[in-house]
Design a protein around this ligand. Structure first.
Ligand SMILES: CCCCCCCCCC/C=C\CC(=O)SCCNC(=O)CCNC(=O)[C@H](O)C(C)(C)COP(=O)(O)OP(=O)(O)OC[C@H]1O[C@@H](n2cnc3c(N)ncnc32)[C@H](O)[C@@H]1OP(=O)(O)O
Length: 398
């Protein structure tokens, strides 16, 4: 039986149309000669090959609807009526392709060929000429996806993918762990996490779910549970005060981790959202323990089970945020405050931090292990994989 996890495997191959032999990796529409040099009214096999070649040169994604049409026409033109068994309900991608091909019924091969060539021609003619390389998107900053700086006894780790709302890639999880390890040993008093651009962080990069290894999705879920557990452990065991400078909206794991921070300063533009319900997920970052402890079980349930998004003021009232600042003065006020804190005797700061954390540390590790075990199952569930498919397909990533 085909599972949703296998659908996700398919997504790893991007559009997956290649799996059924159709040349449909369509990345961009560009101006092409009208009708690809075809003069006769009937499209020849050569016209079809030319059209296929042109499709491969497209740089702009024409959208799923067009891609399915092209797929169906190509299959009909080369193989005739649909001859594949109907895929299972859960096999969303192959089901959509099967539906599109079957819908052509007994359309003759020659007509399908002609329709394919005409469709490519019309799309090519309507599209724009290729444009020169564009400058970087607004707010994009030089450096990697994670920027680590150390200055005035403050080590700052900045999410630096503004064009993706600072979503965290697998590499970034690894890099954050390395940065925390280094910060635990450097001469900084405080370690700060913040975001570059409009967002603090949009949580786990949902394309992390598509990169399935040959060993299969179960292995991916297993290794990711290990990775996540190690990642959260780094926050539990971090020996110095952790400060979140929440410059804008925060989503998912970037919110749940805040329960392990010592100070959370937020711009009044920030929001706090944990949409685990709609994503078919369950809480992580020890939030199933820290949030009820901090805000009471019912407010925690509203956030973690039902996905209620909090404003900065609401999050402050619930104890998740330490203080809210007007966005216009946020950076100035927060950094002035933090610089003043670095003047405190560093050993006293560290000792106070340790006695505060030591009491709950064992419990936090147990909670982390339990949450990761639950997520390992969730990632393989139909509820989660469908939600990821929905997100990626709405953004034309399939
Ligand atoms: C089995 C494998 C598991 C691997 C897991 C490893 C360990 C993970 C542990 C934690 C697991 C989950 C915890 C979570 O964090 S769950 C929360 C995940 N985040 C989300 O659901 C947010 C998704 N994004 C959005 O809802 C919206 O993008 C937004 C943040 C509300 C912003 O909306 P917008 O309309 O203002 O902007 P939009 O056009 O959507 O976004 C701009 C571009 O940024 C891309 N993008 C935004 N967020 C993400 C994301 N989380 N992942 C990937 N890409 C993201 C978006 O696709 C746009 O890109 P493009 O311009 O279309 O290319």
């Amino acid at each position: 039986m085909t599972t949703m996890a296998q659908v996700i495997c398919g997504l790893a191959r991007r559009w997956c149309f290649g799996a059924l032999g159709s040349p449909l990796q369509v990345p961009c529409l560009q101006a092409l000669p009208l009708h690809l040099g075809r003069t006769a009214t009937r499209a020849s096999q050569r016209d079809l090959e030319n059209a296929v070649h042109q499709v491969k040169l497209w740089k702009k994604d024409p959208g799923n609807e067009v891609k399915l049409k092209l797929y169906a026409l190509y299959k009909q033109a080369t193989e005739g009526p649909c001859n594949l068994p109907k895929p299972g309900m859960m096999d969303l991608v192959n089901k959509a392709k099967w539906d599109a091909w079957s819908a052509l019924g007994s359309l003759p091969k020659e007509t399908a060929r002609e329709n394919y060539v005409d469709l490519v021609s019309s799309l090519s003619a309507a599209s724009e000429p290729p444009s020169p390389a564009k400058p970087a998107a607004d707010g994009e900053q030089a450096g990697g996806d994670l920027v680590v700086t150390s200055e005035n006894h403050i080590t700052t780790i900045t999410f630096n993918r503004p064009a993706k709302k600072n979503a965290i890639t697998t590499q970034m999880y690894q890099d954050i762990m390395l940065a925390l390890q280094a910060a635990s040993k450097d001469d900084s008093v405080l370690t700060v996490l913040t975001g570059n651009g409009e967002y603090y962080c949009s949580g786990n990069d949902l394309t992390n779910f598509t990169d399935i290894p040959p060993e299969g999705p179960e292995e991916k879920a297993r290794t990711n549970a290990i990775l996540l557990r190690e990642f959260v452990d780094c926050f539990i065991d971090f020996p110095k005060p952790l400060v979140a400078v929440v410059n804008g909206p925060a989503v998912g794991i970037s919110v749940t981790l805040l329960g392990l921070f010592d100070l959370v300063y937020a711009s009044d533009r920030a929001t706090f959202h944990t949409p685990f319900g709609p994503l078919g997920l369950s809480p992580e970052g020890c939030s199933s323990y820290t949030f009820p402890k901090m805000m009471g079980p019912s407010k925690a349930a509203e956030m973690l089970i039902f996905g209620r998004k909090l404003t900065a003021q609401e999050a402050c009232a619930q104890g998740l945020v330490t203080e809210v600042f007007p966005d216009s003065t946020f950076q100035k006020e927060v950094w002035t405050r933090l610089r003043a804190y670095t003047k405190l005797p560093p050993n006293a700061v560290r000792t106070s931090r340790e006695v505060m954390r030591s009491k709950g540390r064992e419990r936090l590790h147990a909670v982390n292990a339990e949450e990761c075990g639950a997520l390992q199952q969730r990632w393989l569930s139909e509820e989660c994989t469908s939600a990821v498919v929905r997100f990626l397909s709405r953004r034309g990533k399939l």
